[in-house]
Ligand binder design. Structure first.
Ligand code: 5AD
Ligand code: SF4
Length: 459
């Protein structure tokens, strides 16, 4: 398009940041910016940072150095930084990197167009890191990008849990839930614009509704979305085990459109470490919840987060994490070496674990997980799964890629006209990161018929 300016966004961290970046892109579209994948062509660069772990933070800083060089070649280039690092550092970032033009915190995405205008008009810098209680930043309604079938919907922001390793409550503020009617309207809007699957986002979706002063809670929200929003698939993330209620577990049987997958971060299998992490559950309680989930939904996929080398973690504590992994046999886990975060309670623990021990433990967790993931994927060989087709496969235009309800990626041969529909696929081969399948049946009339009325025909 003639006359537009180029926007280059780099996103670090979680799904929430990915969603924030999509919203930034939409907001700036109204100001004449179009996204580019080439940083060298950019008129505006935004780095959306994450500081949950040391590694993500370091990556953001090293990128800043690279963009400084681009500004030396093109002095008109505007560079902005948002997300958790921006929230944490605020105006200090400008002192550290004087070539920065914009710093916006986790609650200030909606202020970005005005900040940009200020910078352009005055040739000055803008910093905004205040917390907004009205959760304005949650209400940005953006059109899904063309061709997308999945989208995120934020249902709450902030966190009140203060796990001792975690910086999120300091950078994303206190928990605040969005009104359920706003959420339903947003999902209906997305469904009307081609979205088939939504992921409800919150640091701890299980405490949804606590700030709303009505009877809304997360299970009731899920049921309402299932009944009213007209969306094919619902997912959510993340869920704190201490707040996983029987009502929520029952939703996996009661809400048809709820995908049979839960991300339930355990962090450690040692009760001593869990207590020091301020997690408010024991490994036994966690295992009990897993058992209940599997009682309600035998083939539910369960994924988790694990931290190794938390201060005070001895060999026998670590062994308890391994024992728990053997008992649960997670479909997948994200595992991390503990990194100290400034301002958190665990910063004060002085029995830190040496880096070399952390690295060894991480390796053990990751190789065990690979074995478990492959096992759980292999169990699907020969089975028929409903797949929401998301697009063409990365490397092959003759193949398409989609996901099972249990969130496993499946590649299979088919033409692009089925993108955006749910089809039946027989799983023929399991790998660690994906599955291979064969198209068996397409569903006719998707979008015109309700889930219960859908008609399948063989392929
Ligand atoms: N060190 C290592 N991992 C961390 N996480 C959060 N904070 C830290 C930290 N200081 C991990 C947790 C959390 C995930 C999003 O990141 O496992 O669930
Ligand atoms: Fe961090 Fe714990 Fe809140 Fe999750 S629940 S965001 S780990 S403090």
């Amino acid at each position: 398009m003639a006359g537009h300016k180029n926007l280059y966004i780099r996103t670090f961290g979680c799904q929430m940041n990915v969603h924030d970046s999509e919203q930034i892109e939409e907001l700036l579209k109204e100001k004449g910016y179009r996204r580019t994948d080439n940083e060298k062509n950019a008129d505006l660069i935004i780095i959306n940072t994450c500081s949950i772990r040391e590694k993500a933070e370091q990556k953001a800083y090293s990128l800043l150095g690279r963009f400084r060089k681009l500004k030396e070649i093109n002095p008109g280039l505007i560079i902005g930084i948002g997300g958790c690092v921006a929230q944490q550092m605020g105006a200090d970032l400008i002192k550290k990197a004087p070539y920065l033009d914009l710093v916006f915190g986790t609650h200030n995405i909606h202020r970005l167009p005005a900040m940009l205008q200020y910078v352009q008009k005055n040739g000055n810098r803008a910093v905004e890191t205040s917390f907004h209680e009205s959760v304005k930043s949650l209400g940005i309604q953006t059109l899904p990008r063309h061709g997308r079938v999945r989208s995120y919907v934020t249902i709450m922001q902030g966190c009140n849990n203060f796990c001792s390793f975690c910086v999120v409550p300091y950078l994303r503020g206190r928990e605040e839930s969005r009104d359920s009617s706003d959420i339903i309207n947003e999902i209906k809007f997305l469904a009307d614009h081609g979205i088939r699957e939504i992921t409800l986002l919150g640091q701890n979706v299980n405490s949804y509704g606590k700030t709303l002063h009505n009877s809304s809670n997360f299970p009731s929200l899920l049921k309402k979305i299932g009944d009213e929003a007209g969306i094919e698939r619902i997912r959510f993330t993340t869920s704190h085990p201490k707040d996983l209620s029987d009502d929520l577990i029952a939703c996996f049987a009661e809400v048809d459109s709820l995908c049979k997958h839960i991300h339930l971060p355990v962090q450690s299998g040692s009760d001593y470490i869990l207590q020091r992490m301020n997690r408010h559950y024991t490994s036994k309680e966690y295992l009990k919840k897993v058992e209940k989930l599997r009682d309600v939904c035998s083939n539910i996929s369960i994924t988790s987060d694990i931290i190794v080398g938390f201060p005070g973690e001895k060999d026998n504590d670590f062994q308890k994490t391994i024992d728990l992994m053997e008992k649960v046999r997670f479909d997948n886990t994200f595992s991390f070496k503990y990194s100290v975060r400034s301002g958190t309670a665990a910063e004060r623990y002085d029995d830190k674990v040496p880096e070399s021990v952390k690295s060894k433990r991480l390796e053990v967790v990751q190789s065990l997980q690979k074995r478990h993931t492959l096992e759980s994927n292999r169990a699907l060989e020969g089975r028929v799964e409903d797949i929401l087709v998301e697009g063409y496969s990365k490397n092959k235009r003759t193949d398409v890629v989609g996901r099972t309800g249990t969130n496993k990626i499946v590649n299979f041969k088919a033409s692009g006209d089925i993108i955006g529909t749910i089809v039946r696929v027989k799983i023929t081969k399991a790998y660690i990161n994906s599955l291979r399948g064969k198209l068996i049946a397409k569903r006719r009339g998707i979008g015109n018929v309700s889930r219960n009325e859908s008609i399948w025909f063989s392929y």
